[in-house]
Design a protein around this ligand. Structure first.
Ligand code: GAR
Length: 214
């Protein structure tokens, strides 16, 4: 079976994009990135894509009157490139329902918390403030509701007593770079079956990564 063609949407530094690009260098990996779209022209993620020889384009939300028109413009690029799976990797725009529904079961996002806790922004500061002992990241299928949708992979990390937001963010980010390539692999290999709000993942541990293993 051929590799699944992947489009990645980015807005910033692109370290998760880099983790996916690195995974795709393995000939046995079941996906290849064919297009990276950024809504920010100066995003460092675009340089990472170019360095890897991947096609890029900039679609600025500022050029469109509505969210739907912006999303439709991205959709045209994705479809022209033959994209089969869309990965959101630090893409900081809300998406319209028609666009999301058009990629139902084929669009994934990484979020820096153990969902459904801490949806939205500033997740690390909020986790510290809440006094949780475990934090982490989640890769999930995208549905029209923000940071919702069936969970594919989660990785947990401890929250240390003296953690700063930066220290905790770095600990989580390291796990994001493990969790996202795994989740894309599982989806690309057809190991995900959606059952209501749940994703049944055909993988040892079912998509749970615990670091360090207790
Ligand atoms: C990552 O931590 C990702 O989980 C988060 O933005 C960062 C992007 O970093 N995403 C969100 O907050 C989405 N709501 P990166 O550009 O280095 O991959």
């Amino acid at each position: 079976m051929g590799k699944k063609k992947v489009g990645v949407l980015v807005s910033g530094r692109g370290s998760n994009l880099q983790a996916l690009l690195d995974a795709c260098r393995d000939p046995a990996y079941p996906a290849e990135i064919v297009l990276v779209i950024s809504n920010v022209a100066g995003a460092y993620a675009l340089e990472r894509a170019r360095a890897a020889g991947v096609a890029t384009c900039v679609v600025s939300h500022k050029d469109y009157a509505s969210r739907e028109e912006f999303d439709a413009a991205m959709d045209v690029h994705l479809r022209q490139a033959g994209v089969e799976i869309v990965c959101l990797a630090g893409f900081m725009r809300l998406l319209s329902a028609p666009f999301v529904q058009g990629w139902d079961g084929r669009m994934v996002n990484i979020h820096p918390s153990l969902l459904p806790s801490f949806k939205g922004l500033n997740t690390h500061a909020r986790a510290i403030e809440a006094g949780v002992k475990l934090h982490g990241c989640t890769v999930h299928l995208v549905t029209p509701d923000l940071d919702d949708g069936p969970i594919l992979v989660q990785a947990s990390v401890p929250v240390m007593a003296d953690d700063t937001e930066e220290a905790l963010a770095a600990r989580v980010l390291e796990q994001e770079h493990v969790a996202y390539p795994l989740a894309l692999r599982l989806l690309a290999e057809g190991r995900v079956r959606v059952d209501g709000n749940r994703a049944r993942v055909d993988w040892p541990g079912g998509g749970a990564l615990v670091n360090p293993v207790p």
